[in-house]
Design a protein around this ligand. Structure first.
Ligand code: GLN
Length: 200
């Protein structure tokens, strides 16, 4: 079978690390900056970065609506961190005029883990996606506070306030609070799952 072509939305954020992760999963990475770039990909990754900035750039470059339509038409998409916020139907603690693509039935709390723990790493159980446990890196990360009936929660982490959903799937949409492109080994279990299972 030919290698899949995985787009990485390259308007802002940690694009390079995702491109590397994709290349380690026997797939071809391609950068997406314009609406027409969406036509030649099998799936898309929306990287971490700053969700308000990415949203504004999507509008400026006229990618916002074409992307929304492509996802609604079944383009497999993986949103990491800011990418998770961008896919969420509802956000808590967004900026007053923050717009999202609103394709996934989740409510996501921005910067959920609070200031004291702006960034942290923890071991995460990925057995539900058939991947080995991994070190998950959280950087001003959101969590999923509510999820619709069609959403499968695939991994959680524990904080002082309880257990929080940090990896979830609804059909062909996958989201993670953490940065699976930043790893200390080259396992890329979440990328493998996205490319092999979600984007199949
Ligand atoms: N807190 C950022 C936002 O709201 C997301 C952080 C990240 O992607 N690492 O967009």
């Amino acid at each position: 079978m030919a290698s899949k072509r995985i787009g990485v939305l390259a308007l802002q954020g940690d694009v390079r690390e995702h491109v590397h992760a994709i290349s380690q999963c026997d797939a071809i990475a391609t950068l997406v900056r314009k609406a027409e770039d969406l036509r030649s990909i099998d799936a898309l990754i929306i990287p971490g970065g700053e969700s308000t900035t990415i949203s504004k750039l999507l509008k400026i470059f006229e990618v916002f609506e074409p992307l929304q339509m492509a996802i609604e038409d079944g383009l497999p998409v993986f949103g990491t961190c800011a990418g998770m916020i961008l896919l969420a139907k509802n956000i808590i603690d967004g900026s007053h005029d923050q717009e999202t693509l609103a394709t996934m039935d989740v409510t996501v709390r921005r910067n959920a883990f609070g200031r004291q723990v702006d960034s942290f790493e923890t071991e995460i159980d990925l057995s539900q996606i058939g991947a080995p446990n991994a070190t998950a890196v959280f950087i001003r990360a959101p969590w999923i506070e509510r999820s619709g009936i069609g959403v499968e929660i695939l991994a959680t982490v524990q904080s002082d306030s309880g257990s929080h959903a940090v990896l979830a799937r609804e059909g062909k949409q996958l989201v993670s609070s953490f940065h699976p492109e930043i790893v200390d080994n080259e396992s890329y279990g979440v990328h493998q799952y996205f490319i092999r299972e979600v984007a199949s």
